[in-house]
Design a binder for this molecule. Sequence first.
Ligand code: SF4
Ligand code: SF4
Length: 376
Amino acid sequence: MDGELNSGIGGVSRREFIQFCTGVAATLGLSPALGVRIAEAATAPGRPPVVWLSAQECTGCTESLLRSTHPTLEHLILEAISLDYNETLQAAAGQQAEAARHASMEANRGNYVLVVDGSIPTKDGGIYCKVANRTMQEHVMEAAAGAAAIIAIGSCASWGGIPSSGPNPTGAVGVQKILTDKTVLNIPGCPPNPYNFLATVLHFITFGKLPELDHKNRPKFAYSRLIHENCERRPHFDAGRFALEFGDEGHRQGWCLYKIGCKGPETYANCPTILFGDVGPGAWPVGTGHPCFGCTEEGVGFTKPIHALAELKTVSPPTAFARIAEDKGQGITPGAAALAAGLGGAAIGAGAVFASRLGKAEQAETGEHAESGKSD
Ligand code: SF4
Ligand code: SF4
């Protein structure tokens, strides 16, 4: 273990930092025992630096990072990840800042992590977002050429986000659209959760590779579950208790927000489990009484109106099903059908009896076919 980690870092004790890294390991779905390894990698002198470019954005993604407080921002920015260039946070500006970025990219060629927030304008040669008289398209392509990993943070960088919603006057697209020959890891959200970003960077620094991705290039540790699966209001959804308008009795009682437009049933993200702002239970949009608007989900966030009902991708399964086959295909017994009728209602029972009869009919038919097969 290196000396810096032994003595504590940036005003944060060694114990606190290892606790933080153990939490990162848990977020990544890894053994807590790997917390020490992550802590060592994060404090190693040769760890990959991060170069952060901002395109068409609102600075919300950087603001989100500023709200990470365990440990303190200074520690996270300056110690856990080595942020060599970020226009919002750095003191340098103008030619000095550009020179510093190019020096860092040259010195760390093939080793730095490129982070982009904001969408990339492509219309009219990309002139709608320029820095140092060059388009963002040029900056991103140049920086990507020497990067070890590329992360698009926020919904705008992931697929275009708000700037790409109709009528999209700048031809805004996500980073992957202009880097077609590279893998761009997406961390969508408006804002994205800072811990998903930090955990992704620390995974890369520790293991030398990106975490496992889903079909939209989002890290699975953060985007493999629907909001609806982990929402604390889910029991009310299952029980049919819904807020029907803001401020009504159901809303005040904390009932499900589905009928006032919650997109949790079709949005993949870990918001209900990882929370925001480090202020404790309930600190996420649905927890405070606002429907999820699907900001992490392309085709839902900024596309589907808030009043539109979400597509239900999962529904609660019944606790009992009628068995349609027992004892190796002998068919459901009349007793089981009666039990199903009692448990699940007459419709299920009737369906089970029908299935039972169908099974017997099929059995007879199959037997006939088998016989005829033999005779052939
Ligand atoms: Fe929670 Fe929304 Fe699902 Fe209701 S619809 S349980 S508020 S995620
Ligand atoms: Fe985005 Fe929904 Fe999470 Fe809110 S709850 S941050 S809208 S995914």
